[in-house]
Design a protein around this ligand. Structure first.
Ligand SMILES: [Zn+2]
Length: 253
């Protein structure tokens, strides 16, 4: 009997040892890693779904091109009517600008139709590369230019109304790039940072920042836009003859 009991105990020990082998105990750090990888997978899936929904939007904006062909080159166009891919963050319609005062009644981005066509084409290029255009300022009515000058009469920061700004001609935009989810790319400084760090010639910046600025600049220049040396966010669309200075005021709903 004792022998039998000893034999059973021996068998139970063997089986439990084997069980222990097939079910290894995971360390806390391994469990944490598994949890992290699960979270990352979920996040990747969410991001993919978000991108797919933006791509779906992108597929529907082709209507915008048809709108533009019907307009004369100098007509003012609301860019939101051409494409839902433009993101508007019109700083002068808020207090979040160097004047600390809103000078627009509402946030709108108008440009001349000829420029809108180029902006639309470049937006499509960026979308294919996985980026969207975010606009900080577009056409600026001449009377607003005068009001800005009155608030801040410093030619280093505001164009003197005597000559006007290309924004007053509806042929300039201030912009940056975002990823497809709307997250801004790092351009090294904020919009309207009036320091040498905002210059195109300033290179003491991380490689990723320089690459982002280069991507923006090369794609814009390939579509006929030009830069000004001091502001990485400013792009002109020059035409001959130039569009006249305007004081058209947009409607606010
Ligand atoms: Zn500008």
């Amino acid at each position: 009997m004792v022998k039998k009991l000893l034999f059973i105990t021996f068998l139970v020990t063997i089986v439990s040892c084997q069980e222990a082998k097939v079910t290894p105990v995971l360390s806390t750090s391994t469990l944490a890693l598994l949890e992290k990888s699960k979270l990352l997978q979920e996040r990747a899936l969410q991001l993919e779904q978000k991108v797919q929904s933006y791509q779906a939007t992108y597929d529907t904006i082709e209507v915008g091109a048809a709108l533009l062909t019907a307009l004369s080159d100098d007509a003012f166009v609301d860019v939101e009517k051409i494409s839902t891919n433009f993101i508007l963050d019109i700083k002068y319609a808020t207090n979040d600008n160097f004047l600390n005062e809103a000078v627009y009644s509402c946030a709108k981005c108008y440009v001349r139709a000829k420029m809108a066509k180029a902006l639309y084409a470049v937006s499509k290029k960026f979308m294919k590369l996985g980026y969207r255009i975010k606009l900080f300022d577009c056409y600026r009515p001449y009377s607003v230019q005068k009001a800005m000058w009155k608030l801040y009469p410093n030619p280093g920061y505001v164009a003197d109304p005597k000559g006007g700004s290309i924004h007053n001609r509806g042929a300039a935009v201030d912009m940056t790039l975002t990823d497809l989810t709307g997250q801004e790319l790092d351009m090294g400084t904020a919009f309207d940072h009036f320091g040498r760090e905002a210059n195109h010639t300033y290179t003491q910046l991380p490689a990723a920042v320089l690459a982002n600025r280069k991507l923006l600049r090369s794609t814009m220049e390939a579509q006929g836009f030009s830069i000004i040396r001091t502001e990485w966010w400013h792009y002109n669309y020059k035409t001959t003859p130039r569009f006249p200075i305007a004081d058209f005021r947009w409607e606010c709903e």
